[in-house]
Design a binder for this molecule. Structure first.
Ligand SMILES: Cc1cc2nc3c(=O)[nH]c(=O)nc-3n(C[C@H](O)[C@H](O)[C@H](O)COP(=O)(O)OP(=O)(O)OC[C@H]3O[C@@H](n4cnc5c(N)ncnc54)[C@H](O)[C@@H]3O)c2cc1C
Length: 289
């Protein structure tokens, strides 16, 4: 299924191999079969952001930092955006009212608010809420391998699990090895859109979770030594499917779907949202501009 999925998405260089071939390439690995992806790589995400920022500024983009979209209203010409300075939200508590300091009348709004995108769309008055999905949130923790020499030279992914792509081996450009992310469903993640925008999620990594990681990682890396995992960091996934439900794809939703001119909603852009970001942008440009 993974191979078919890849082909259908234009990835035609995957190679199905026997476990013995894979274990020859990665001696610490244990597996029965493997898919090799020769074109997979890692990038420095901060440098990518800086270069995208430089390109955008060279093309005349103005970026308004520390500014929050708090709601919207569908008028006769499309969506009005209600905006305030983010510092106005400092004393915010769930249910309190926030006044807009500015109303924008944009020709095009791309709601790419990540974790807040769904809850923000719920504040767009006049957008038919039938098109706004139910948000789900899942925390993913990473544990770092304390040994300095990496046991692997490639990223290693086990089969996907419910809610995630599996606790895999991540290598960064400094050679640091991390295992993760696991899946921990968060029931009260999105109290409301402002709390969500203020990122009031719990990002702490409970060191005891390593007891879950050892057996999972040892399925493909049996030489993982006791005591070699240290708490790393965590992230929160903006999901469109909940526990036990089949995985959902990204939702890129324009006026052909919801009928509001000039509004494109991006929902459920979890991993590999960064890898897919330029393709998502190209798709929006070709379909909506
Ligand atoms: C730990 C972790 C590891 C990951 N690893 C990978 C990986 O290896 N490869 C990969 O492809 N993807 C990875 N991802 C996923 C990737 O980071 C996301 O898919 C991607 O960042 C989504 O981009 P986005 O622009 O949609 O949302 P975000 O990156 O979340 O950006 C949303 C932005 O909108 C702003 N915002 C939100 N609400 C408002 C508002 N009301 N007003 C104004 N601004 C607002 C936020 O402050 C934020 O800056 C990872 C994610 C995590 C958490």
């Amino acid at each position: 299924m993974l191979l078919r999925n890849a082909k259908e998405n234009g990835v035609d260089d995957l190679q199905l191999m026997e476990g013995s071939e894979a274990m020859e390439m990665e001696p610490e690995l244990r597996c029965l079969k493997a898919l090799l992806s020769p074109s997979t790589g890692i990038i420095d995400s901060h440098s990518l952001m800086l270069s995208l920022l430089a390109d955008a500024e060279n093309l005349g983009t103005t970026i308004s930092y520390n500014t929050s979209v708090i709601s919207g209203h569908v008028g006769s010409n499309g969506l009005e955006l209600h905006v305030c300075e983010s510092k106005e939200l400092q004393n915010y508590h769930v249910g309190s009212h926030v006044n807009a300091q500015l109303v924008l009348l944009p020709k095009l709004v791309i709601n790419s608010a990540g974790l807040s995108a769904v809850l923000l769309a719920k504040q767009f008055h006049g957008l038919d809420q039938e098109f706004v999905p139910t948000p789900h949130y899942a925390r993913g923790c990473y544990f770092t391998l304390s040994q300095t020499k990496s046991p692997f030279s490639r990223l290693i992914y086990p089969l996907p699990e419910d809610g995630g792509i599996g606790v895999h081996v991540t290598l960064d450009l400094n050679g640091l090895v991390r295992f993760g992310p696991d899946v921990e469903w968060i029931s009260d993640g999105g109290k409301d859109h402002v709390s969500c925008f203020l990122n009031k999620f719990d990002y702490s990594v409970n060191p005891n979770r390593c007891s879950v990681f050892y057996p999972v990682v040892r399925k493909y890396f049996p030489n993982l030594k006791d005591g070699s995992l240290e708490p790393g960091y965590s992230g929160i996934r903006p999901k469109l499917s909940g526990p036990g439900q089949p995985p959902s794809d990204f939702v890129i939703q324009g006026w052909d779907v919801h009928g509001v001119p000039g509004l494109v909603n991006l929902f459920g852009i979890e991993s590999p949202g960064l890898t897919s970001s330029l393709a998502i942008a190209e798709h929006i440009v070709s379909k909506y501009l």
